[in-house]
Design a protein around this ligand. Structure first.
Ligand SMILES: [Mg+2]
Length: 253
């Protein structure tokens, strides 16, 4: 009797369940099931604050200062996955909005003085560079902060879009803009960030792979229960991200 082993090859897509939350690989000896081929990855897009840099901005203090204690508590209760401060002040009067932006800028300036690179970021950057992988950046911080980041740590992310690029995250527009600049498809790119709402939300809406960086385990599986915010991967460090990229993707620019 002759056995014919047919192996169905399928491409892994950001929406595929094969990769969901896989932070390690397992090998199955079952030969009759479809064996997913590694997805091709052509670029990695990073968030900046809390992802490439250590969080130095005291966001709760910033929100309190902008919104006032009462409104802060009420907005926080309505937005358990995170406050979108720029969205909160969008419809304020121009004068009130100007003051709010000044407060935000003050907190950001203090953060810049203490700016530090995330452990593992330099190694990951060198790894991506050795693979000739495209590296982009999307932040809701200002352009001056992005310039300082590039200057201080000697890394090059291009395009690097700051909040002057509208609409900002979680809108998928900045990520789609980067993909079209790179002339790659959104599903050939992974969006990495520490915010479920902004980074994973942006990546998922664009149709890209998503990876949540959760260093402190602040996100529970309940937070990630909704389909719109369920990342493909979750890591607790950038070092772990490098292994994950090597294990799950063909890094072919
Ligand atoms: Mg962040």
């Amino acid at each position: 009797m002759q056995f014919v082993l047919s192996r169905a090859i399928c491409f892994v897509h950001p929406k595929s369940p094969f990769l969901l939350m896989a932070t390690s690989t397992s090998v199955s000896s079952v030969s009759s099931i479809a064996i997913p081929r590694k997805a091709r990855l052509r670029g990695v897009v990073f968030d900046m604050d809390g992802t490439l840099t250590v969080p130095v901005i005291d966001f709760p203090a910033m929100y309190r200062s902008v919104l006032g204690e009462d409104e802060y508590l009420s907005v926080k209760a309505k937005n358990p996955t995170g406050i979108d401060i720029l969205h909160q002040i969008e419809n304020w009067s121009p004068e009130k909005q100007r003051k709010a932006y000044e407060t935000i800028a003050d907190f950001e300036r203090q953060g810049l003085d203490r700016l530090q690179i995330m452990p593992g970021a330099a190694e990951l950057y060198n790894f991506l560079e050795s693979k000739k992988m495209r590296r982009g950046l999307i932040t809701r911080n200002v352009k001056a902060a992005v310039d300082l980041f590039h200057q201080r740590f000697g890394m090059a992310f291009s395009p690097a879009l700051s909040r002057e690029f509208r609409p900002y995250k979680p809108d998928p527009a900045p990520l789609l803009h980067i993909c079209s600049t790179w002339e790659v498809q959104p599903y050939e790119v992974i969006m990495v960030g520490d915010s479920l709402k902004d980074d994973v939300g942006c990546g998922k809406q664009a149709g890209s792979f998503t990876c949540l960086l959760d260093e402190t385990g602040k996100y529970s599986s309940d937070d990630m229960a909704s389909a719109e915010l369920k990342p493909n991967f979750k890591v607790s460090s950038l070092t772990q991200l490098q292994s994950l990229l090597e294990a799950n993707f063909d890094l072919i620019p």
